[in-house]
Design a protein around this ligand. Sequence first.
Ligand code: GDP
Ligand code: MG
Length: 162
Amino acid sequence: MFTLAIVGRPNVGKSTLFNRLVGRKLALVDDQPGVTRDLREGEGRLADLRFTVIDTAGLEEITDDSLQGRMRRLTERAVDMADVCLFMIDARTGITPSDEVFADILRRRSSRVILAANKAEGSAADAGVIEAYSLGLGEPLRVSAEHGEGMSELMSILRPIS
Ligand code: GDP
Ligand code: MG
């Protein structure tokens, strides 16, 4: 078993992927003090693969102007709990300054990062996927959390870690 943390700025689709991976087997990490309350933990599965998945919830109300502080601490906490981080960007929006902040946290703090370009269904996402290379975190994995695209590719990346 390994632990996968889903990180990234608000609204990129983290919780949508979390829900897809976890189904209904969701545990709120509500017995922990401080920032950990805003991490949701569940038992993830992709076909025969089993793992713990962490969603950095509670970021939704934080605007792009206040990325420091709570959001950074929450993300760092998730990264430290994880064996591998899935860093999600919104391929329809492209790379934002907030994404750069998250990329920086991950470059400093996490050994294994999967860069996932979400909302990648259809050609409207193509430019954003190309842009994601500029984060310096390797080749972006095209996924659509909402439509379930890219899940077998994600499984191929996760399998050697398990
Ligand atoms: P979070 O704030 O990162 O947890 O993002 P959410 O999971 O709450 O999703 C934010 C918005 O993006 C919601 O309106 C989702 O329906 C939408 N969304 C999530 N995944 C996809 C996707 O694969 N494609 C598209 N087009 N929209 C998505
Ligand atoms: Mg969320």
